[in-house]
Write a protein that binds this ligand. Structure first.
Ligand code: IMP
Ligand code: MG
Length: 181
């Protein structure tokens, strides 16, 4: 296997992520305190670590479901045209829903997914993204909850990949390409 020509510099430590998730969970618990059973929807695959940590901090009755939307493929550029590859297993009509995403970048994915799920008439629908890159936005979208605002850098770790690698890093790191010429 060729040695990848990039290095990863830590941007957000595992400890900072855990502390921020505790704060976010407190806000979400307050917002959904009156909910019978919250449907927490993770967007595959990037949100799998975040949703696992988040739901364990939520002292609420939750149902966990997953949705997969098409994304970058193996590149670093958004495809912009979002397709639903895997739908929810459960019903959300009349339910309270929290959509969990890893990063809001151009905004196309969450804009599309909220429209797609919103058409099923949930009682309340909120979105949470661990990371937000506002400088990259192409469509007007703002998540209800954001973990960290970050600059326009390509990041990996804590569920987030570069060509299906590095999802298992416990921290968020920034990809730095190494010029070998
Ligand atoms: P958007 O549709 O452009 O907002 O893209 C959102 C999706 O792009 C995220 O769910 C990620 O899967 C992917 N993405 C955006 N920025 C990065 C990054 O820095 N590293 C890895 N994936 C990213
Ligand atoms: Mg994604």
């Amino acid at each position: 296997m060729p040695h990848p020509n990039y290095a990863i510099d830590e941007m957000i430590s595992a400890k900072s992520i855990a502390a921020r998730i505790e704060e976010l969970a407190r806000e979400i618990r307050t917002e959904f305190a009156d909910t019978d059973k919250l449907v927490v929807v993770g967007l595959l695959r990037g949100s799998f670590v975040f949703i696992a940590d988040l739901v364990r901090e939520l002292d609420l009755a939750v149902e966990v479901d997953f949705l997969e939307a098409s994304s970058y493929g193996d590149g670093m550029e958004s495809t912009r045209e979002v397709r639903i590859l895997k739908d929810l297993r459960g019903q959300i009509e009349g339910r309270d829903v929290l959509i969990v995403e890893d990063i809001v970048d151009t905004g196309h994915t969450l804009a599309h997914v909220t429209k797609f799920l919103g058409s099923r008439k949930p009682a309340r629908m909120k979105t949470i993204a661990l990371l937000d890159k506002p400088a990259r936005r192409e469509v007007d979208f703002k998540a209800s909850y954001i973990g960290f605002e970050i600059p326009d850098e390509f990041v990996v770790g804590y569920g987030i990949d570069f060509a299906q690698r590095n999802r298992n890093l416990p921290f968020i790191g920034k990809v730095r390409f190494i010029d070998e010429s």
